[in-house]
Design a protein around this ligand. Sequence first.
Ligand code: NCD
Length: 295
Amino acid sequence: MKHLLYIDDLTKDDINTIFSRVPGMERGFFNHSGDPIAPNSDAIMATLFFEPSTRTKLSFHTAMYRLGGKVIDLPMDSSQKKGETDIDTIKTVAEYADVLVIRHPQPIMAQLAAASNKPVISAGESSLHHPTQALLDLYTIRKYCKDRRSITVMFTGDLYYSRTVPALVHLLRQEPYHVNFIFTSKVNPAIMIRNHVAFSYTDERVIPNVLKSVDVLYMTRPQKERWEDGEVGSSFVLTKELAQTMRSDSLIMHPLPRNEEIHPDVDELPHAKYFEQVHNGVYVRMALLHCLFWK
Ligand code: NCD
């Protein structure tokens, strides 16, 4: 049994194997010889989300249905309302499903996974981990940047509480091209160690001046649900005018949902890739589930 809880649970080879299956999944899940991959219609995936989600949960559901598998979902009116613990809920659902996809607001994924006798895939844990989002983000970046020798990636928004950022940084550091990172912050540019990643911050007021030189602008929303009293968020807003100062081959990425940080007019520009990330998320998760069930 192999869980996927943290991004470093995957080796470079694992990631390349998953990514090599994505184009086939997009073509209608044909393998390299052009044969249809026999769906395992007996496989059942359970989703247990103890925190809100649109894309992650529904893309896992879509991925499993497209592979021919089945899906069960922890209902809103589950026995948790009768005081059942998360651990007992996991132990129960592990008796029904072949794989559990879990999102939890607390840093307890390892304990939850230990309670499961089936593989667990993390769909987001506290403000720290979100391995499958990092995979689809890297897949999107590779699609456009794989032939470059060096890229500049600028991260903006709530970098302290965004769990999608550390894992993507971890993956980008292993890429064959050189990555120049820029982390921006509203207040007190300083070095902060987060999730074993040292971020050296640049004041976000410089963003408009450096936009021209970035290959990837990776934006995040204010994670207000995790803020302490008195915290203030980034005030940077990407307007269409500002986005048009970027090079035409640069990418604007965001894990979504967005709040006000990207004006909706930006969506029509060719470098806005956040809905393509949504699209890729289905096929990357299909490839991941495929690796789990069909080896
Ligand atoms: C992200 C998350 O849940 O961390 N969303 C997602 O999975 N696509 C980002 C966020 O909530 O801001």
